[in-house]
Write a protein that binds this ligand. Structure first.
Ligand code: SF4
Length: 518
């Protein structure tokens, strides 16, 4: 791909897109990403760069989900999460002064995700949040010379106030700094318009006079972040307007649309099931102990109505496949339940194809993987008569609270869960549900629970209750008690993108989804 927007010309001239990374020079480890890259890159690299940066932003999100930003625990967690990703590992290294490849990858990957995340208000908000936090973290890790150099390069060279003025304002500056003796004497202060440091003003951490704020050198990050925020917000709006031109290139748009709901963890393919085979007879018992709420809801509805509509059959069927239910056992399970309300012939004619299809035995013979939380939350919301989806996202809050109380979850926990739901943190609500139903009280164990996949929830629960099955491979990176995959609440929870949803489906899926639901 040509970042200079000259794809058509390069195609006409027959130039190869490989080995032609002549990007613009990046002079500092940190960037405001003001100038788009102008080199060339292959489509494969385009996707690799995007995924690498997405992993970094997800790591930033995961660290900030349950820990207070700025605390030592948060800093440590963010550092650990970033080190798990190849790009993140490089981004937080400060000894890469002359590493041009790394800087270019930083630049290009940022611009690719800018394209992917400019499509809706919620996507933009998520992208900005993570990018700003990443920038803050990186800025604070730089040495003071490097920070000054960055400020100079970006025309943010504020003059410190004179010693006389500092002495005159001594009492006020001390009060704003929380009376930290000695600090005010040694630190430089800058006089800036108060509109540049809204966050310090809102936290009452700065002295204000005549529309100006007196900001200590330690708090300069607030000014830098304000500038970066305003630049990024404007740039995202500009990118959105340019997006329709990309539609001319049929290769990029589907890839960009898919990025925002891409799941980057384990795919929970049945072949990799870590708990051994699950038979049809075990499902009822497991549903009570180890299924996440979304799958409990589908299971109960199936038992009650002896039927599930297409969306529910897909979500639940693939989940069961992922926990280790074989095709034969799945067929036995669905047939037993459906045939309480219809004859075997009808089941075989109308429903068995779909089950075999999910196991890759029909149609294109694709080995389908279970849906991640992100996919369940962001696509295909349930309509009347449907039971699929995520209850934390799709159920009325009052109904949800009633359901939780019905499961004997304490009043405090119900309040905690519904509070998360109201603020749009559905996966955190699910993690709190996990804690409440598994009696987890240790804060260290709580912090390690991140729910990203219903099958991950099952696996964590199963292992917690039963211990890993002998002879099965443990999943890597298992924290102290719970094993988790990394993907945050991520993206904008209320987004529904039919087009992207269709992009995820192959022809057989589409045909299957058009089946008459009876
Ligand atoms: Fe299911 Fe994920 Fe929602 Fe939990 S957060 S109920 S696992 S979709």
């Amino acid at each position: 791909m040509d970042f200079a927007g000259n794809t058509a010309n390069s195609k006409k001239s027959g130039r190869s897109t490989r080995n032609k990374k002549q990007f613009n020079r990046v002079g500092h480890n940190l960037q405001f990403y003001k100038i788009p890259p102008t080199g060339e890159i292959s489509l494969q690299e385009f996707e690799e760069y995007a995924i690498d940066r997405l992993k970094v932003l997800k790591a930033v999100e995961v660290a900030g989900i349950r820990l207070m930003k700025g605390s030592n625990e948060y800093t440590q967690k963010l550092q650990d999460e970033l080190k798990k990703t190849s790009l993140g590992h490089d981004l937080i290294r400060i000894d890469k002064k002359e590493d041009k490849d790394f800087r270019q990858k930083d630049l290009v990957s940022h611009f690719i995700l800018r394209l992917a995340y400019c499509r809706s208000e919620e996507l933009r908000r998520w992208f900005m949040q993570q990018e700003l936090e990443l920038f803050r973290f990186r800025f604070l890790r730089e040495g003071s010379d490097s920070r000054d150099e960055f400020l100079r390069e970006n025309c943010l060279n504020y003059e410190p106030i004179s010693d006389d003025l500092k002495t005159e304002l001594d009492a006020e500056l001390r009060a704003a700094a929380g009376n930290k003796s000695g600090v005010v004497d040694t630190i430089e202060y800058f006089k800036v318009p108060f509109t540049e440091v809204f966050d310090l003003v809102s936290k009452r951490k700065v002295y204000l006079e005549d529309g100006y704020a007196y900001v200590s050198r330690d708090d300069m990050i607030s000014i830098v972040i304000t500038h970066y925020r305003s630049h990024l917000s404007h740039s995202l709006a500009v990118t959105t307007r340019a997006l329709p031109h990309l539609e001319e290139d049929g290769r990029l748009l589907p890839m960009l649309c898919g990025l925002s709901k891409r799941y980057l963890g384990q795919d929970f393919n049945a072949k990799k099931s870590n708990v051994g085979e699950i038979t049809a007879d075990m499902i009822e018992m497991l549903s009570k102990k180890s299924f996440p709420l979304c799958m409990q809801q589908l299971h109960q509805s199936l038992r009650q109505n002896h039927h599930l509509r297409h969306g529910g059959r897909q979500q639940y069927g693939l989940f069961l496949k992922g926990i280790g239910v074989s095709l034969e056992e799945a067929m036995r399970f669905w047939r037993t339940e459906f045939c309480k309300a219809m004859d075997v012939d009808k089941f075989d004619k109308q429903y068995s194809y779909n089950i075999r299809h999910n196991y890759g035995k029909e149609g294109k013979r694709t080995n389908y993987t279970p849906y991640s939380c992100m996919k369940i939350i962001t696509t295909n919301p349930p309509g009347p008569g449907d039971f699929h989806g995520c209850p934390f996202k799709h159920m009325e809050v009052d109904m949800l609270a009633q359901k939780l109380r019905g499961q004997h979850i304490s009043k405090d926990n119900v309040e905690k869960i519904t509070k998360c739901v109201k603020t749009g943190h559905y996966q955190i609500a699910c993690a709190q549900y996990f804690e409440a139903t598994h009696n987890i009280r240790n804060p260290e164990d709580s912090a390690s629970i991140n729910i990203n996949h219903p099958n991950g929830y099952f696996l964590d629960s199963y292992k917690l209750l039963n211990g890993p099955k002998e002879g099965t491979k443990p999943v890597p990176n298992t924290p102290k008690v719970i094993k988790v995959k990394v993907e945050g609440t991520g993206t904008p929870s209320s987004q529904t993108n039919k087009q992207s949803d269709l992009n995820d489906m192959d022809d057989d899926d589409l045909i299957a989804s058009m089946e008459t639901d009876m």
